[in-house]
Every structure is written in C-alpha cells, then in structure tokens.
Design a protein around this ligand. Structure first.
Ligand SMILES: Nc1ncnc2c1ncn2[C@@H]1O[C@H](COP(=O)(O)OP(=O)(O)O)[C@@H](O)[C@H]1O
Ligand SMILES: [Mg+2]
Length: 766
C-alpha cells in the first residue's frame, strides 16, 4: 500500500476553540474543597446506597420482627400520696437528723419503692414461688436463692415515677398477665406503707436501744474500775501510799550510809590481808609479840649464855657443854616452828575478816537494790491509782449525759410512733384490660435510628477501606490528574470489540447522514451483519457521543496545538486501553483526518483481533528493520481514514524495541504520513514496556477502569512515568456504570462540563 504524504490542509483545517483566552482550555478537575465537603458525604451515601438500604432494612425488620414476636404486656398502676412526716423535735440525738434533706425526700422514697427489700417483701407476701406465672406451684418451697431471683424479677417489672410538682408517686407494674400486674402494684403500695411505718418507729427505737446499751456498758465499766480501786487499796494494807513512800525513802537513805561504812571496812580488811600475805612470816609483829615465842626467846638467851660460859672453861667434848649446845639447837628449832604456826594463823584470820567484809558489803548493796525497786513500784502504784480514779470520773460524766439523752429519745420515739410518714393510696391498681405493649411504633423508631446510624457508619467505613476507583467523584478525590472524560459501560452483548467499533462508525453515519454514506457503508453492513439489538444500538450511539467528547478533550489537552501522537496506556490489564484506542481512533478518523492506530502492546497484541487481520507483519518487524512503514505494513480498515499498524510477530525484547531510536524514527515518519498517530500500549504496572513511550508521545492518556483499577495502581503508574520523565496528559474513566444512580447523579451534576461543552467543541473541531 502506497501512502501519500498528508496534505498540510488537514492541520490548517483544525480551528482553535472559541475560548476567551487564546490558550486551549483544559478540563479542570479540581473544584474548591470547601464547596464539595458536604457533597462528598452525600456522594458517598449515594454510592453506597445499596449497602445503606440493606443494613437499614435488616435492622428495621429485625426490630419489627422482635417487637411483633413479643407477647402483649399489660400495665397496672397504683398512685400513692406520700406526705413528709413531722420534723423531729429532738435535734441533737446521737442519730442523724432524719428529715434534713428535703430535696432528697421524694427521690429517696422512689428508690426505696424500687428497693430489693420491698420486692422481697412482695414476693413473700404474695407467695410468688407458688404462683404459676413465675413458674411455681403449690408444692414449691422458697429458699434464699429463689426469693432473691423472684425479687429481682419483680423489681424488673416495676417502674416508679413521681408525678411532677405533686406528692404523688406512680407505681407501674408491667407483665404479660394483667392480674399479676395489678396484684403486684397493690402489694407494693401496702408493703411500702408498712415498711415506712416500721422504719420510723424502729429508727426511734433503735436510738433509744443504742443509748440504753451504752448506758449499761458504761455502768458495768464503772463498777469494774471501782472494784479494782478497792482491791488495790486493800493490797496496800489501807496505808496511805504517800506515807509508805516516805518510809521507803528514809530506809533507802540509811541503807546507803551503811553501804558506805561497809565499803570502807571491806577496803581496810582487804589492805590488811594483802599486806600480811606479802610480808615475811618470821618478822610479823603479831608473831613477835606472842608470849610463847617471847618465853622461848628468853630461854634461848639463857642457854646461849650457858654455852658461852662452858666454852670458855671446857673443851668441846665436855659432857655439860655438849648437853647445853643440844638444848640450844632444840630451842632454836622450837622457836622456828612456833613462829611459822603463828604466822599462818594470823594470815588466815585476816583473810576471814576480809571475806566477811566483802560479804557484808554485798548484802547491803542487794538490800539497797530491793529497796529502790520497792520505791519504784510504789510510785507506779500511785499513778495507777490516780488513773483509775480519773477514769471513773470520766465514765460517770458520760453516764450522766447518756441518761439525759435517754429520756429525750424516749420522748422522740413516742412522737414518731404517733406521727409516721403519711402514705395514702390515692388510686389502687385495677386489672388492666388493654395491653400497653409492645409498642411497634417505638420499636420501629428505635430500629430506624439504629439502622440509619449503623448503615451510615458502615458506608463511611467501606468508603474508607475502598481502594478501587468507581466513579468520577473517586477519580476527582484520589487522582491528581486532569480528567479527560469517561466511557460508559456497554451492554455485554454490545461489548465485543467489533460492536464497539461499529458503534462509532454507525453513530458517525447517523450524525452526518448522507454526507459520508459511502465511507461508512461497510461499517454499517458490518453492524447489521452482527444483528445488533435496538438496545445495543442505543448503547453504540451513546459510546460514539462519549468518544466525540473525549476527542474534543484530547485535542484541547496540550497547550498551543493539538497533540499528534497519542499514547493510550493504563495501570493494569483489561482497563480498556485497546477499546479506548480503537474508538478514539475511529472518532478522530471521523474528522476526515488520516489516523494511524499502532499496536504497541508487543506482548499481548490485540488490534489484529479487533480488525480481524493476521498478525504477520507490524511494529516489531519495522523496529527490527525487517520492513518499513512505506513498505506496506500499514493496513487500511473498513473505517475510512483509519489505518492500523499491527504489533507484528512476537519479539523476545519488546522493551528494547520500543525504547530504541528506531522507534523514535518510526514515530516521526508516521507523523509525516498521518495527521494523528495513536498508540495502543501494554499496561504500565505488570511490564516495563510502554513507559518510555510516554516521553515520545505528545499526549499520554491513562485509562482507568471503574471498579477495577485501584487508587494505588494509579499512584504507582504515575510514579513510574515520572521516573522516565513522562507526563500524563489526562485520565479517562472507562466502564462507568451509568445505570448506577450515584454515577449518574454526579455525571448529570457536572454534565455541562463533560457533555454539552465537549460536544460543542467536538463539532467546532470537525
Ligand atoms: N466500556 C466498556 N464497556 C464494556 N466492555 C468494555 C468496556 N471497555 C472495555 N471493555 C471490554 O473489556 C475487555 C478488556 O478491554 P481491553 O480494551 O482489551 O483492555 P486492555 O487493552 O486494557 O487490556 C474487552 O473485552 C473489552 O471489550
Ligand atoms: Mg490491550
């Protein structure tokens, strides 16, 4: 196929839109925040209306069913009039002033009426454990647990309210059995009356009893103490403690004197003894002074004289001299012996004396000690004595006080007995005939309030967790990109690629009537051959409209001049990239411009399937140098002005091929030959093929599929594109469910922006 270079005219034909500024205007997609705040919530509610409705209806029906399933209940009411009793005349009794809290009076009575104590009394009085309504019969007996349970049950049936600004109290019992309700209400009134009467008298009686007890106790104590005091005095032999103490002190003084004397004596004896023990025994004065020894010493002197005389006269062996000498020796030894014996005696005597002195001293010291102890004991006894006496005095004065109060309380008890709290039954309960519940309207109201709260909560929660982009509103809130337009969801019958394409051409046909009939005849024939239902035909014209608008947005999207190379890409597979590329190309071809649609998705090529070609030659062949654009690898299609360059045989290195300079050259070449070049590409996230193309193309369109593509995927794609230096021109929301009210709401709300304006532009452009 030989292609002529496109005439310059095709570009010149394109007139700039009539905007106030000369710059083409982009669709600004960010209205001021404050304005949209409330609308955001409204929008969330619309979007989640099915969830909200489902939750609301389930809660409501649950409460309704619950209410309907409940047995009818009856209420019986007794009205009591409660007067406050007389003010207590005796204010300073030992009990708390009974009527001090005026404001608390009725709330207190209300609480008393609801108390477990009264419920128990009712249970006992009515013998409820035998009552069939409470699951009993005549054979049953009441143990503590049963009583307690029944009392609780009864308390649960009761409602006590004071009628405002009156002395009236309303006792209402609600039960499934009317008679039980009435019986309980009347029983409570009676029990309360007896209870409050008992309470008043017991209170006074309690006080009197308390005082009596105290008096008795104190009397006993006083008695005990007095007895102790008496015993004590007896033990001291009735002697005055003071005198006794004086005596003890004097004795102690004497003893101390004696101790001093004894200590001196002991010191003398000790000195004597030690000196005697140390001295020479032969020269002791006591020994020397002994008459026996002195006699012997005289004899020795006589004998010595004799011996001296005889020695002068006779020879040594003279018998007289010898005798005299023997006598002298004898006397000397006797003196020696005598002295020794005496010395021993003297020392022994001194020792005995010393020992005795020590003994005496010790005895005296012990005596002093014991005397001191006695003195202490005495003083202790004195203190005890005074203490006991003071205690008794104290007790006596307390007793006096108590006795006075006893008489006062006796008086007040009598007063109480005459003036109890005044309770009257104003209206006894009758057996109710009409049930008072369950009130369906109330349950329903409650159910709806709870239902709405739950539903709204859930909707907001879901919105918080939802990550998919569903609506234009989601896109606006979460994707910071210019919005190009949206493509509605097609009927599943219509959604086949062929039908969609046919849709575009058919719409064109209806648009321009006879003008381009010849060009569209084949497309028409095609659509007729596929026997499209009328509903599908509607869809098709809708699709054609939408693409016209998209075309307008696209042509205005780049400043200065419309883009000539357009890359259609998207974060994920099945976003509708091929669908959008085909339809957009068809729509552009409608402008009588030559459009080349290139399948740049080398991994998963689809264009050949759409146009029912065989994928034998295409972009991969051109890029690998096997062929070139001019050499017949571009095919014309059934749609006039629309040409396709298929992907070509699969290549092991699609990313390299697309990133090569050859690709750049090919694109330039295509621009020379065609007015518009559209590239259908591989998804951005799973493979890194088409990212580089975002730098090459004039405009990059990001296709996001409603309910399918996540916010995160969009964010990641933007990051990847940003990394290679590309820029996304705008985002297209595909597969929008227009049957969805929320979408429709938003769509119609903004329709002037996306519909009318776009259409006008598209017409002007064409
Ligand atoms: N707006 C739409 N309404 C109905 N079906 C659609 C729509 N957009 C795409 N499809 C269908 O979804 C499928 C995937 O679309 P396709 O364009 O092949 O996705 P991609 O090229 O992004 O992988 C196709 O069968 C297509 O017909
Ligand atoms: Mg595809």
């Amino acid at each position: 196929m030989e292609l002529k270079k496109s005439e310059q005219g095709s570009n010149a034909n394109w007139a700039p839109p009539p905007t106030p500024t000369s710059e083409p205007e982009r669709v600004d997609f960010h209205p001021p925040e404050s304005e949209t705040h409330l609308r955001d919530y409204w929008y969330i509610i619309l979007k989640r209306r099915w969830v909200i409705l489902a939750v609301f209806i389930s809660v409501l029906s649950y409460t309704a069913v619950k209410a309907l399933m409940r047995q009818p209940v009856y209420s019986a009411t007794t009205i009591l009039q409660i007067d406050r009793g007389r003010i207590n005349l005796v204010q300073d009794v030992m009990v708390q002033d009974y009527w001090s809290g005026y404001d608390e009076f009725y709330p207190t009575q209300q609480r008393v009426l609801m108390s477990r104590n009264l419920s128990r009394r009712i249970v006992k009085h009515l013998r409820l454990w035998e009552h069939p309504h409470f699951g009993g019969d005549k054979t049953h007996t009441a143990d503590e647990q049963t009583l307690e349970d029944l009392a609780e049950q009864v308390a649960g049936m009761l409602q006590v309210t004071q009628i405002r600004n009156t002395q009236l109290m309303e006792l209402k019992f609600t039960s499934t059995e009317p008679k039980v309700a009435a019986d309980l209400a009347n029983a409570l009134a009676r029990q309360y009356m007896t209870f409050s009467m008992e309470k008043e008298t017991t209170l006074a009686r309690d006080t009197a009893g308390f005082i009596r007890e105290q008096v008795e106790k104190i009397q006993v104590e006083i008695q005990e103490r007095e007895q102790r005091l008496q015993e004590y005095s007896q033990r001291q032999d009735l002697m005055m403690v003071d005198e006794k103490e004086l005596l003890v002190m004097r004795q102690l003084q004497d003893l101390n004197g004696a101790v001093a004397v004894a200590r001196t004596a002991r010191a003398g004896a000790e000195a004597n003894y030690t000196s005697l023990r140390a001295a020479d025994r032969q020269t002791l004065p006591a020994v020397l002074a002994n008459p026996t020894v002195q006699g012997l010493v005289q004899q020795r002197g006589v004998l010595e004289g004799q011996v001296a005389e005889l020695t002068a006269k006779f020879k040594d062996d003279w018998p007289d001299l010898r005798r005299a000498r023997e006598g002298l020796t004898d006397i000397k030894s006797r003196i020696e012996i005598e002295r020794n014996v005496l010395a021993v005696e003297v020392v022994a005597k001194a020792r005995v004396e010393y020992r005795a002195a020590v003994e005496r001293e010790h005895l005296l010291l012990a005596e002093v000690e014991s005397q001191k102890k006695e003195a202490q004991e005495l003083s202790k006894l004195t203190t005890n004595y005074t203490q006991i006496k003071a205690g008794i005095d104290n007790q006596r004065s307390m007793l006096r006080q108590l006795l006075r109060r006893q008489s006062e309380t006796g008086l007040s008890a009598e007063l109480f007995e005459r003036e109890p709290v005044n309770v009257r039954i104003v209206e006894a309960a009758l057996v109710p005939k009409v049930p008072t519940g369950p009130r369906l309207s109330r349950s329903l109201l409650l159910g709806s309030v709870v239902g709405i709260a739950l539903a709204l909560g859930l909707a907001l929660f879901l919105d918080y967790w939802e990550t998919s982009i569903y609506t234009i509103e989601d896109l606006r809130r979460h994707v910071p990109l210019p919005y190009m337009g949206m493509v509605p969801r097609l009927d599943s019958d219509t959604a086949s690629r062929w039908d969609a394409l046919a849709a575009s051409s058919m719409a064109r046909d209806t648009d321009k009537h006879g003008k381009n009939m010849s060009q569209t005849r084949s497309a028409l024939a095609l659509s007729q051959s596929t026997k499209i239902a009328s509903r599908a035909k509607e869809d098709m014209s809708l699709i054609a409209e939408r693409f016209k608008f998209l075309r307008g947005s696209l042509l205005l999207s780049t400043p200065g001049r419309p883009p000539r190379t357009v890359l259609v890409t998207g974060p994920d597979k099945n976003a509708g990239k091929t669908f959008v590329a085909c339809n957009l190309a068809t729509s552009l071809a409608d402008l009588d411009k030559k459009v080349l649609l290139i399948d740049a998705d080398l991994r998963n090529p689809q264009l050949h399937k759409v146009f029912r070609f065989k994928n034998r030659v295409g972009l991969s062949s051109v890029l690998s140098g096997q062929t070139s654009i001019e050499k017949g690898c571009v095919f014309s299609t059934l749609i006039p002005n629309l040409y396709v360059l298929l992907a070509g045989p699969a290549s092991p290195t699609p990313a390299e091929l697309l990133g090569s300079t050859k690709m750049e050259e090919t694109l330039e070449q295509c621009i020379q030959l065609f007015d518009y070049v559209l590239l259908d590409s591989a998804p951005l996230l799973p493979v890194f093929d088409s990212h580089i193309l975002t730098v090459r193309a004039d405009a990059n369109l990001l296709v996001v599929r409603s309910g399918h593509t996540s916010r995160n995927a969009v964010r990641q794609s933007l990051e990847l594109i940003d990394r290679v230096g590309g820029k996304v021109t705008g985002v297209i929301l595909n597969d929008v469910n227009l049957a969805d009210y929320a979408q429709n709401y938003y769509y119609s709300y903004h329709s002037y922006e996306y519909g009318t304006y776009g259409e006008d532009t598209a017409r002007k452009v064409s």
